[in-house]
Design a binder for this molecule. Structure first.
Ligand SMILES: CC(C)(COP(=O)(O)OP(=O)(O)OC[C@H]1O[C@@H](n2cnc3c(N)ncnc32)[C@H](O)[C@@H]1OP(=O)(O)O)[C@@H](O)C(=O)NCCC(=O)NCCS
Length: 441
């Protein structure tokens, strides 16, 4: 018998419906996931593995790159090996390399065992997820920095991407450890975050997921910034307490390398990965070269989304009813704002060129996205569109949003201010107020 309450049922059904477009969108994509050694040692590890198993279950091609920094530090301390640094880089001598190999191997086995456990539990009669790995990463010595020889600390030289791709066809998951092999047969310690970023770039992965304890980025006013493009992040003064600098640098670098989206996801809050990947607004921080919200002219493919947005407002009398046919004919007048496939705002511009005016109409923002500034962005875009068409002023007819328009510089007018053609269509029963604004040139 189900242990879920009726409220849980309703929540589950709503969540599944919201998640279903993402199930389709993620299938067949390649995701690269960075798991730090701290996560592997932490309380959320078991659930993160379950959630990654779910991704493989829906057909995501997964490459997991793990780190082992705290485990290496523990082993070095236990062995009494003092850590020497050259700038930000740790010197790995042959004694330290022995400890690194042991720590990395232990973390790798822990991850493999946890996947066996998670999937064995989930798939009645089914086998565990098949994990492959291998010598796909070629490294070279990082060399001598500031007079200090870094010895077995390496840097990435090449990744056997064809080999990695072939493995992804045969396995559920490829697990990469932060070690690289040199053509001379030596082994080098690598930075796992840099490895994950490079692998994601070379695979042209759809997503790079970076787990970090503090994924949230806030600007100086305390506003959380959930979706950012690299120019936006460079233009923003970020408050302290956000992601560590190397994580932020890795995210920006991955965007530059052409990774579709980079997600910073909490390594400490349970369920963050699923919430980030299967809900429209996510819970972490997402970087993408392409803006997340598109504000653009509507096309015929937007008719369905606009109807979904405006029909409830038409039913309650806030907006005038438009049939699908009318909307299809007038679609070129519309501007839409789309977030991850959902039409979150729309509005139309109807020019009266001989009167030097345009009407702004059918302005709506999805109820879940109100009071977030989308209305202000939309109206600015509509005014720009009107100005580009060469008119001097815009007007609106509204029954419910008078104050909102006034706050955007609109002024109440009499009916006689409208173009004659629009006066003839005025609906006296609706008794809308007329407001207008002169456009800045
Ligand atoms: C009017 C509307 C487009 C505003 O969109 P939005 O994205 O919420 O707007 P913004 O985020 O830019 O502005 C929000 C501010 O405007 C205020 N506001 C929103 N609707 C308002 C209204 N009808 N009257 C007065 N103020 C309003 C909010 O309270 C908020 O103020 P606050 O920040 O001080 O809390 C949206 O509320 C909507 O779709 N309403 C239903 C359709 C409608 O009335 N359209 C206009 C007729 S053409």
């Amino acid at each position: 018998m189900s242990k879920l309450s009726p409220q849980d049922h309703a929540g589950f059904v709503r969540w599944m419906r919201e998640a279903s477009p993402y199930l389709r969108a993620h299938r067949g994509q390649t995701f690269v996931v960075y798991l730090g050694g701290d996560l592997v040692a932490g309380p959320t590890f078991q659930h993160v593995v379950q959630d990654l198993s779910l991704l493989t279950g829906i057909g995501v091609k997964l490459v997991v790159v793990h780190g082992a920094r705290p485990q290496v530090e523990d082993r070095l301390a236990a062995a009494g090996i003092a850590t020497r640094m050259a700038g930000d880089l740790r010197v790995t001598d042959s004694a330290a390399l022995g400890e690194v190999k042991q720590a990395v191997a232990a973390v790798r086995f822990t991850i493999e065992a946890q996947f066996a456990h998670a999937t064995g539990q989930r798939q009645p009669g089914g086998g565990a997820i098949r994990i492959l790995g291998g010598n796909f990463v070629v490294a070279r010595p990082a060399g001598v920095i500031g007079g200090i020889d870094l010895q077995f600390t390496g840097e990435l030289r090449r990744i056997d991407i064809a080999g990695l791709r072939a493995q992804l066809e045969h396995a559920d998951l490829v697990l990469l450890s932060p070690l690289g092999y040199s053509p001379t047969g030596e082994l080098f310690s690598l930075n796992a975050l840099e490895l994950a970023t490079a692998v994601a770039g070379e695979l042209a992965a759809g997503k790079l997921v970076l787990f970090t304890p503090t994924p949230e980025i806030r600007d100086r006013s305390g506003r959380a910034l959930r979706q950012l493009t690299p120019p936006e992040i460079r233009a923003t003064e970020i408050a302290e307490g956000g992601p560590p600098a190397p994580v932020l640098a890795a995210a920006l670098r991955a965007c530059k390398l052409g990774v579709g989206r980079v997600h910073l996801v909490s390594s400490v809050d349970d369920g963050s990965l699923l919430l980030e990947l299967f809900t429209r607004d996510g819970v972490g921080t997402m970087f993408s070269d392409a803006p997340f919200d598109q504000l653009r002219r509507a096309t015929i493919d937007d008719v369905g989304g606009i109807l979904d947005l405006i029909e409830p407002l038409e039913a309650s009398g806030v907006l005038v009813k438009r049939s699908r046919e009318k909307l299809e004919i007038e679609i070129d007048h519309f501007t839409v704002m789309v977030r991850d496939g959902l039409t979150v705002a729309c509005g139309a511009v109807y020019p009266y060129p001989s009167d030097g005016m345009s009407e702004l109409a059918c302005i709506a923002v999805h109820p879940d996205y109100r009071s977030a500034g989308f209305g202000a962005l939309l109206i600015a875009a509509l005014e720009r569109r009107a100005a580009e068409a060469g008119v001097n002023s815009v007007f609106v007819l509204t029954t419910q949003a008078t104050h909102w328009f006034q706050e955007h510089g609109y002024v109440k007018q009499g009916l006689e201010s409208l173009p004659m053609g629009r006066q003839a269509l005025y609906n006296y029963q609706r008794n809308s107020l007329v407001l207008s604004k002169t456009l800045a040139r």
